[in-house]
Design a protein around this ligand. Structure first.
Ligand SMILES: *[C@@H]1O[C@H](CO)[C@@H](O)[C@H](O)[C@H]1NC(C)=O
Ligand SMILES: *[C@@H]1O[C@H](CO)[C@@H](O)[C@H](O)[C@H]1NC(C)=O
Length: 248
């Protein structure tokens, strides 16, 4: 009788030890995240959009629904996000994005540095759609003109949940403590996650002014001014001559 009891007790202990190890195994939290990044519109003012899709199976939804996604997007020196525009969008609750470092929107590309933008949004029904208004900087004109290429790489993706559910996932890295969003000083614990990128690096070519054209324009302008002045002098002279004739 005691042997049977001991057997059951040991079995229970084994089961009790076994169950958490199933939940804690790294494979249990199967994040299957896909991201589409696109560049919309034409010209110097554009819109980067991010379509982020989490696992499509319903039984995996408990992992991320209600959690926050944070993207950090590095922008090259030739591209910037306008801090005033972002703060308007935050105030109007249209988009929660903020710059990680101060940015001077007036500098040309040559004297600017890359910048990081931080965008957050809530996971609803397994997906998040985010976007970011961006602007191209002017380049200093060069002989021959042409165009300059900006490449915008994929963002880094983080997840923060209102509870401790991500702790079950055994994600090896320690969480990053950073702002929950751009409109509050409150901090969240973010875990960086890898994802599958469905689109290529964004390419944005901007036209560069041609200094050769400036010389043509400058010489042309000088020429017009000289001809105009000579014409004016001649007209004044003729006028004086005719006045003299009349008075004499
Ligand atoms: C950028 O694109 C998103 C998604 O299509 C849209 O909701 C947003 O209004 C656009 N923003 C601008 C500034 O065009
Ligand atoms: C920003 O984060 C704070 C703190 O978590 C939260 O109270 C607030 O609702 C968030 N704002 C937005 C727009 O998500």
């Amino acid at each position: 009788m005691t042997n049977i009891r001991a057997f059951f007790r040991n079995t229970l202990i084994l089961v009790a030890l076994f169950i958490p190890s199933v939940f804690l195994s790294p494979n249990f939290c199967k994040f299957n995240i896909k991201v589409k990044q696109t560049l919309k519109n034409e010209g110097f003012h554009r819109n980067i959009t991010y379509g982020i899709i989490f696992n499509t199976e319903n039984d995996e939804r408990w992992l991320y629904d209600g959690c926050l996604v944070g993207l950090t997007q590095k922008l090259p020196a030739g591209v910037f996000a306008n801090p005033d525009e972002l703060s308007d969008l935050r105030r109007n609750k249209k988009l929660n994005a903020a710059l990680k470092n101060p940015v001077n929107v007036e500098l040309p590309t040559e004297v600017s540095t890359p910048n990081n933008v931080y965008i957050t949004g809530k996971v609803v029904d397994g997906r998040v759609n985010l976007w970011l208004p961006v602007h191209a900087r002017y380049h200093q004109a060069v002989a021959g003109g042409g165009s300059a290429r900006n490449e915008i790489g994929p963002p880094r993706l983080f997840l923060a949940c209102p509870d401790k559910r991500l702790d079950l996932c055994n994600l090896n890295d320690t969480p990053i403590v950073f702002l929950c969003n751009g409109s509050s000083r409150e901090k969240c614990k973010w875990k960086q996650l890898s994802y599958t990128m469905l689109t290529d690096t964004l390419i944005w070519d901007v036209p560069v002014g041609n200094t050769d054209h400036y010389y043509v324009v400058a010489i042309g302008t000088a020429f017009v001014i000289i001809i105009g002045s000579l014409y004016l002098l001649k007209a004044i002279h003729d006028c004086k001559v005719s006045l003299k004739k009349k008075s004499s």
